[in-house]
Design a protein around this ligand. Structure first.
Ligand code: SF4
Length: 233
């Protein structure tokens, strides 16, 4: 409808019909719900978000953590890597991807992509280590993902590499398997806060590559697509 007055009048008519209907059903009071308050994370900068996460006790994972692993790298990075959750080394050092899998990721970034680790931004979906490196549970992801989403909004990467099935499914809000997702860029749709939504490249997790070196070829194919996209305007 192009005419705003007509649109308004139609809205008033709909509200009136709804009220009449409610009264016919014997309701004498109409409950007016206030809209949900915006999450306070929506307005914070990266340093405040980091500090907030470091004192977070919103899910049970805070009980077993040594450190909150928020993320590292260039806050204006065009390229961001997102993994699943901190492991033992990351929990101890408070930095993502510093164990064996992390060293392989650094190799991919520095030897393969010819970038510096400091040029990119690296984070995980979960900021605290699940005990015994178990898989995150849906409640934990739901509680923690506002940190990641705000992080992405603030960094505004051009492209994100989702490392492993868990990160890919979370960033793309899908249950599709990583083998079907990888090999192409997907739009990031979990936030409207972008002029141009970042692209997501799902690929295998470096820890998977340590167990399955043959998959390195696929990862390299994915990385080449990312490099090509980064070189475009
Ligand atoms: S995992 Fe996330 S939501 Fe849970 S305590 Fe850590 S920072 Fe908070």
């Amino acid at each position: 409808m192009d005419n705003p007055i007509e649109e308004y009048l139609q809205l008033v008519t709909l509200v009136r019909e709804h009220v009449v209907e409610q009264l016919e059903f014997g309701l004498s009071e109409i409950e007016i719900k206030e809209s949900e308050p915006q999450t306070k994370l929506a307005d914070v900068d990266l340093a405040t978000l980091d500090a907030d996460a470091k004192s977070c006790t919103k899910c049970g994972l805070h009980e077993g953590r040594t450190n909150v692993v928020f993320g590292v790298g260039n806050p204006n990075a065009e390229l961001m890597f997102v993994g699943e959750a901190p492991g033992a080394d990351e929990d101890l050092q408070g930095e993502p991807f510093v164990g064996r899998a992390g060293k392989l990721l650094t190799k991919i970034i520095e030897d393969g992509m010819k970038l510096k680790r400091d040029d990119v931004y690296i984070a995980n979906v979960l900021k605290c280590r699940p005990p015994g490196n178990r898989n995150p549970v849906p409640d934990e992801v739901e509680t923690c993902s506002p940190y990641l989403i705000r992080q992405i909004e603030l960094i505004k990467p051009k492209v994100m590499v989702a490392l492993g099935s868990f990160a890919a499914k979370t960033l793309l809000n899908t249950t599709t398997n990583i083998s079907a997702l990888r090999g192409q860029l997907h739009p990031f749709t979990l936030s409207d806060n972008f002029e141009k939504p970042p692209r997501v490249m799902p690929t295998y997790h470096p820890a998977y590559l340590l167990r399955n070196p043959n998959a390195k070829r696929d990862v390299w194919e994915d990385i080449k697509i990312v490099l090509e996209y980064l070189s475009t305007d």
